[in-house]
Ligand binder design. Sequence first.
Ligand code: FE2
Length: 377
Amino acid sequence: MKTSTIAHLKNDKIQNDFLPLQGTEYVEFYVGNAKQAAHYYKTAFGFQSLAYAGPETGLKDKASYVLRQNKLTFVLTTPLQKGNEIADHINKHGDGVKILALKVDDAKNAWKETTKRGGRSYMEPLTLKDEFGEVVMSGIHTYGETVHLFIERKNYRGAFMPGYRKWESAYNPPETGLLYVDHCVGNVGWNQMNKWVKFYEEVMGFRNILSFDDKDISTEYSALMSKVMSNGNGYVKFPINEPAEGKKKSQVEEYLDFYNGEGCQHIAIATNNIINTVTQLKDRGIEFLKIPASYYADVLDRVGHIDEDLKPLSELGILIDRDNEGYLLQIFSKPVEDRPTLFFEIIQRKGAQSFGKGNFKALFEAIEWEQAERGNL
Ligand code: FE2
């Protein structure tokens, strides 16, 4: 899509936006052991301690650790008892993303406008207050058991939100240059992609800005289809993947089998120095997909001049792609739990607003190699 077309869509959209979003507020994960997960995200990814809620703050059934790095906020929540919604979620899905929370100016209106358009309510508008002010939140269901919360915090000055206390820790590993959520990808079931495209269009006022079919995204063995949904100002982008028929099992199908349903496949995090960021992440034990050396033999013929030296990119396994607005650098972690479900992408955009279509083949071959190792191809 040409820049002028995107600009036109943005202008058109901003004027009619019934759900103005200011970006991703936080991502909440339901995990089996939030204390240990918090240590992992601090140690390996360089997140900083921000806030905590649990028995010490009056909660009986769960504990949550809030971590932050620049504009990126993760909440790690674990159940303290069996038989609650969080425990059931983990029992079914393993560790995974429960909430993609979006920052709004008016959470009551966000709920009203989305539920009026067919969104299924998860939480009616709720006002939480403490001595630092108030937060208004509401929410709707999206694919699988995933939820979008709308968070309005313009009248709040505390660390995170009412119910949480500031978490000060003596253990503060340095940051790794992670900045904000670039996009979050959902994996949905067979023939479900267009249903969820329609949901984001009709219920949330998003637009389909890019589409990839199984001819774009197929290797010798497996295939998938993808449509990228974006809100009006482009701050929030949700690509939706669906498996497609191939000779062998699609990576999306493997995810659906192990997650026991639809859910968030990956979160792409922006950096403005991918070589530094990935070097640090690797040093701290994060594992990335291996890209064959042959990828780098002709990559510059495909993408043209880039500012970076190719050597560190090839040593780290960072992929490069170009569209008509510029280029991007990206890399994909291995799944961050034992189930082959959630993983992270690290992305540096240098003009390009696309998603690395030119890398799909190399990327998916790397994923399939891992899938075969697990006996799931
Ligand atoms: Fe991505």
